[in-house]
Design a protein around this ligand. Structure first.
Ligand code: NAD
Length: 317
């Protein structure tokens, strides 16, 4: 039986909101900390959507949903959010300086026994271990977006992580219904993002450079991977444009990758500046709740009468 029952999630955004909801659904007592009431309201809104999804898709009862809500607390008070907790899951933006600041801020507020796990997508726990003030009690526990169905939890230590920390984190992951995936060494992006980030960056390059439309990129992907629910541009929407931008901007800068920086700039100009944050805000590459890729005809062979329009789009620009 896991000893990690009282959990705080730092950052109630796209992933923090899902982690908090899912942990509460699985019986954990969960505090969500965010920096503003607006952010907490967005999180509450997302939880309303998850309640509907859990009822419709994973067999939750109305009582399960009421119990989940009863186990959730939302706060902007950091000290009370983290005091006396068993586990703190950090899900703040993918910006190294910001994560360091948050760890430093909470270091003196935690009980000695509290474990910390980062949900970072592409950074390494070794980069933050010292800032936590408790390196032995710190590792990465990375969840996938759409946590209730894409239930992998990647576990990554840094050289100073204690063995029993990894045991408790693994037990915790299993208790909340995850398939744990241990990394044998530190790796930016774990398993999942080692291929997903390059895939998304490559797809975005096609859009940024005007090679093909987002719909045609997704159509191609969905036909050759028959059965998948969306293509890479649809995945951008699920991830959220803010985090997609943070990842491409940081790694573009760090690797002096001009194409990746151009891709980040494209996301900033065409989405962030327009308030289109992806699925959670209702608009990204697609409009929700009925994105074009979910239309049964999205992958159909077109009518012959549309050939001239398609051919016109094949004229080189
Ligand atoms: P997000 O932008 O949707 O949410 C981040 C939240 O953190 C926001 O609500 C923001 O208000 C809050 N925040 C900002 N500063 C804070 C602070 N000082 N203290 C506490 N909260 C603060 O980002 P996200 O997509 O949920 O990503 C969060 C983390 O999860 C990142 O490390 C990201 O790489 C990782 N992650 C994201 C996904 C994804 O698909 N979006 C998947 C797996 C992991």
């Amino acid at each position: 039986m896991s000893t990690l029952d009282k959990v705080t999630v730092l950052g109630g955004g796209v992933l923090g909101g899902q982690i908090a909801w899912h942990c509460a659904f699985k019986g954990k007592t969960v505090v969500i900390y965010d920096i503003s009431e607006e952010a907490l309201d967005r999180c509450r809104g997302a939880h309303g959507q998850y309640a509907s999804i859990y009822l419709a898709e994973i067999g939750a009862s109305e009582q399960d949903i009421a119990d989940t809500y009863a186990r959730l607390t939302y706060t902007t008070d950091i000290a009370s959010a983290v005091a006396g907790q068993d586990l703190v899951v950090e899900a703040v933006p993918e910006i190294p300086e910001l994560k360091t600041k948050v760890y430093t801020e909470i270091a003196g507020l935690l009980d000695a026994r509290t474990l910390i796990a980062t949900n970072s997508s592409t950074l390494l726990p070794r980069d933050f271990a010292e800032a936590t003030g408790r390196p032995g009690k710190y590792c990465a526990l990375h969840f996938a977006n759409l946590i209730w169905t894409l239930n992998v939890a990647e576990i990554m230590a840094h050289p100073g992580t204690a063995a029993d920390t990894l045991t408790h984190i693994t037990e915790f992951a299993i208790e909340i219904g995850m398939v744990p995936v241990p990394m044998h060494r530190e790796q930016n992006g774990y398993v999942l993002n080692t291929w997903l980030v390059p895939l998304l960056n490559a797809a975005q390059t096609l859009v940024t450079n005007g090679v093909a439309t987002p719909e045609d990129i997704d159509r191609t992907y969905m036909i050759v991977n028959r059965g998948v629910p969306r293509g890479p541009m649809g995945v951008f929407d699920v991830i959220g444009m803010k985090t997609a931008y943070d990842v491409l901007a940081y790694w573009g800068e760090r690797n002096d990758d001009q194409q990746m920086l151009a891709n980040a700039a494209y996301l900033k100009e065409n989405f962030l500046h327009q308030g289109k944050l992806g699925l959670q805000s209702g608009q990204g590459y697609y409009n929700y709740p009925d994105p074009a890729y979910a239309d049964p005809d999205f992958l159909s062979v077109p009518q012959i009468s549309s050939a001239s329009d398609i051919a016109a789009r094949a004229m080189l620009t």
